[in-house]
Design a protein around this ligand. Structure first.
Ligand SMILES: *Cc1c(COP(=O)(O)O)cnc(C)c1O
Length: 411
């Protein structure tokens, strides 16, 4: 047995974020290691949900578009998200899903780099990112193509026929975190526009879009931003590109004057052009309130605690002999996001057995037990308990139980 340097209790005692768990409505007796996939419910969001439905919609009816400024929610929420991802005001808008937003941005980016016909990305990117490129290529015809670059050596594969480089900063499966600043700089040196997907970045650690000189970014708000299932996503368009940016989903909300009801489309000259149809006010209001949990904390503090939680998990898992059963499928702590991937052929059943013990993580095909560390509500005591329960599951081979082997439709 290796002795502990600090106990979970000692670490929790000196945790500057310990009070934040009180801002969430979490179920009793549940340890949540899946905030990287669906963040839990902030109390502020719960309150706003009632307010927006009962008062603003129920009582205010259509007057709430003005009275409660529903109409400017996409910009207001966009700017709030902007603060968390290093974007000055007026460059982020909240709308639609990542998938739809990728279509808009990729289309616009290709138009801005018209002599080039290649979209580059990694094969290991999240499938929807790749699928959206495939769908767009189908529409554009054979002149355009997708090229896969190897995640481990992106900069050496940047050639001057690439129009846009689409990367996800943190790999959804392994957690590998790419060097946003360095890669963006190298892409620019070759005349390539960059599009970063922040699905596993926003709300997890400091992101500095302006500082990294990023061209475009997209991200979702239901993971580390705790906006709720299917909460609206966001788009970042760097100010310097807004004049020449034109995306093809030219709905009325992206018109420069939607309420002129003109038959001719005239795009708004700001990031607002990315709005297509009527925003989902209820979901966006809930997200707006959910973001309040970030008001008095820094992303730096969140990142620091995440690293400590992850290091503690690994130390505990080693101590309890758990790691002998798994392969570690993540890069070292300084090269990954706020998640850890453990490989095991029975990862699905292990995850189900862990859930039965009150510890929720998730499974990613083919063999990954994925563990998310969301520092706003996770304590060191939670991590300790989670490891203890995983040790029992592994030692007793509880995952062999038939009930844990049955695959559900969402993993
Ligand atoms: C979660 C995630 C998505 C989800 O896309 P939606 O259109 O919001 O469903 C996209 N890309 C990455 C990298 C993700 O992790």
């Amino acid at each position: 047995m290796i002795n502990k340097v600090f106990s979970a209790e000692q670490l929790d005692d000196k945790d500057p974020l310990a009070h934040k768990a009180g801002a969430f409505s979490l179920p009793d007796n549940t340890i949540y290691l899946d905030g990287n996939s669906l963040g839990p419910l902030p109390k502020s969001a719960e309150k706003r949900a009632v307010e927006v439905v009962q008062e603003q919609w129920g009582q205010g009816l259509i007057t709430s578009w003005n009275k409660h400024q529903w109409i400017s929610l996409p910009q207001q929420v966009g700017d709030k998200i902007g603060e968390l991802i290093g974007a000055q005001q007026g460059q982020v808008i909240c709308c639609d899903s990542i998938s739809i937003n990728l279509f808009k941005v990729l289309s616009a980016a290709l138009k801005m780099n018209p002599r080039r016909k290649v979209i580059a990305t990694t094969r290991d990117n999240f499938p929807t990112d790749i699928y959206m490129v495939q769908g767009l290529l189908d529409l554009l015809g054979e002149e355009y193509s997708i090229r896969y670059v190897d995640e481990a050596s992106i900069s050496s594969q940047l050639t001057d026929d690439i129009a846009v480089l689409m990367l996800t900063q943190v790999n959804f499966r392994s957690g590998l975190k790419l060097d946003m600043k360095g890669i963006t700089e190298q892409a620019h040196a070759k005349g390539i526009l960059t599009l970063w997907d922040l699905a596993h970045s926003a709300g997890a650690f400091p992101v500095c879009l302006d500082d990294c000189n990023v061209d475009f970014a997209v991200g979702c708000s239901y993971k580390y931003l705790n906006g709720g299932p299917g909460a609206p996503a966001f788009i970042y368009v760097a100010r310097r590109h807004q004049d020449s940016y034109q995306q093809p989903l030219s709905g009325w909300m992206g018109h420069s004057a939607p309420f002129s009801f003109s038959p001719d489309y005239a795009p708004d000259s700001s990031v607002k052009q990315n709005l297509c149809g009527t925003p989902g006010v209820i979901g966006m209001s809930i997200l707006d309130a959910a973001l309040d949990v970030f008001d008095d904390v820094s992303l730096k503090a969140i990142d620091e605690k995440s690293k400590k939680l992850q290091a503690f998990f690994i130390a505990e898992a080693k101590r309890a002999g758990v790691l002998e059963h798994f392969g570690v499928a993540s890069p070292p702590i300084n090269c990954r996001g706020s998640q850890l991937a453990l490989a095991h052929d029975e990862a699905y059943a292990i995850c189900q057995a862990w859930i039965a013990e009150g510890v929720i993580a998730d499974f990613r095909a083919p063999n990954i037990l994925r563990i998310g560390f969301a520092p706003l509500y996770l304590s060191f005591a939670d991590v300790e308990k989670a490891v203890t329960r995983l040790a029992i599951i592994m030692n007793e081979k509880r995952y062999e139980n038939a009930t844990f082997q049955q695959r559900q439709s969402v993993t």
